[in-house]
Design a protein around this ligand. Structure first.
Ligand SMILES: C[S@@+](CC[C@H](N)C(=O)[O-])C[C@H]1O[C@@H](n2cnc3c(N)ncnc32)[C@H](O)[C@@H]1O
Length: 222
């Protein structure tokens, strides 16, 4: 698959896959989108720290890096697990300008997040531990009742319908603690139906610029 770097409207980079006609992030602003959906409507809603986060689709590492930046500022401890089936090649990582657009002093941390070996806990800082899983979301075995927050950031349901299924959401639901939540950019009918069928309670929230709505799905006591 060929990946092409693209500049989004907030000046941050993303990647485009011509074969799928799909971007890794919103063209209206990659950093802006991740900050809105995953940090403000996800991370900032967590009350319990230390917290365990699971990300479906590690990709460019943008969500991991932004989570590191906010948690570091507050001195809050995070264990961050992320799965990725197709890790990016180094030359593409070098084209990403996320440290430059957020906190240039932390450029080495962004690189360390990418250089971290797969399949083990890596201490990125005193407060931030990263565990990258190289594998397929459809086959992964997640621990029971482990996560306080899930970032669901697969490619769109039109491109990868096999990842937005009731079966996958049930598996993720099982891996989450009570009252924890999953955030995602999609509000597609088939996605919200699959989330509900898996047991989640849903909220539609205002989306980032260029996207009217997003979804927060909470695991509530049955
Ligand atoms: C929308 S992009 C992720 C964006 C990412 N969160 C970021 O901040 O760059 C979706 C990611 O899911 C990955 N992916 C696709 N199929 C997958 C699968 N079956 N299991 C795990 N990851 C997968 C893609 O390679 C891609 O990196």
């Amino acid at each position: 698959m060929t990946l092409q770097p693209v500049l989004t409207e907030d000046g941050s980079t993303t990647l485009f896959i011509p074969e799928l006609n799909e971007h890794y992030h919103s063209i209206h602003g990659a950093v802006q989108e991740s900050m809105h959906i995953f940090i403000r409507e996800g991370y900032e809603q967590i009350r319990n720290f230390p917290a365990c986060i699971f990300e479906a689709g590690f990709g460019t590492g943008l969500n991991a890096f932004l989570t590191f930046l906010v948690s570091e500022k507050e001195g809050r401890s995070i264990h961050y697990s992320a799965i990725e089936k197709y890790p990016l090649e180094d030359h593409l990582v070098r084209l990403l300008n996320y440290p430059e657009k957020t906190d240039p002093a932390k450029a080495e941390v962004f690189q360390a997040i990418h250089d971290a070996p797969w399949g083990q806990d890596i201490r990125i800082s005193e407060h931030f531990t990263l565990h990258k899983i190289k594998g397929d979301l459809r086959k992964v075995q997640l621990p029971d009742a482990a996560y306080d927050l899930v970032y669901f950031d697969a490619f769109g349901p039109a491109v990868q319908p096999e990842l937005w299924t009731e079966e996958i959401f049930r598996m993720i639901y099982q891996s989450m603690k009570e009252d924890s939540c999953l955030v995602t950019y999609s509000v597609k009918g088939s996605v919200t139906r699959a989330l509900k069928a898996a047991g989640f309670s849903l909220e539609k929230l205002p989306g980032p610029p260029g996207k009217r709505e997003m979804t927060r799905a909470t695991k509530k006591d049955q």
